[in-house]
Design a protein around this ligand. Sequence first.
Ligand code: GAR
Length: 191
Amino acid sequence: MKRYPGKKISTAVFISGRGSNLKNLLKFSKKKNSPIKIELVFSNNKNAVGLNYAKLNKINTLFLSSKKFDVLEKKLLKVLQKKNIKFICLAGFMKVLTTNFITNFKGKIINIHPSLLPKYKGLNTHQRVLENNEIYTGCTVHFVSAKLDSGKIILQKKIRILKNDNIRRLSNRVLLEEHKLYPKAIMKILA
Ligand code: GAR
């Protein structure tokens, strides 16, 4: 899905919380050689801090909530189609998208996860990594499939776990790597 030179791809970022990856992607998207333009930030959580950051940066935001996730997805799809969104970055989005949704954006949704996938899918990654006395951990950017934290890997970064690492220190160190890896992965598939 390489872009035509000079034309940035209309992109939506989905978040559920803090939004540090969103912040990083926004900064990246403003670079001249970045292939993406962030046109929309969507969250399933109205208190997601990242929504405020997007608003401050004059990016359109959308919050939708529904007990039935497929109902929410249908509304979301309509908005994405109306806004002509062509690419989606999940950045701390804590819901699993359905096959129907993914089919509408085949090969055009990517995600970042704070582990060396396929190891440690799901939640509490750093805690589980430390409990298992792993030597290495890292982060992964991958295409999204209907299975949690699965789908073809685009890029990974491996880091060594330090003796004095705890969940907070480790997650901070991995997050710094996430912020470098996500733009690199986007460049790899789109630029
Ligand atoms: C990040 O560490 C991201 O990799 C993780 O949530 C955090 C969100 O932080 N995502 C997942 O665990 C997805 N399975 P952020 O809101 O500051 O970007």
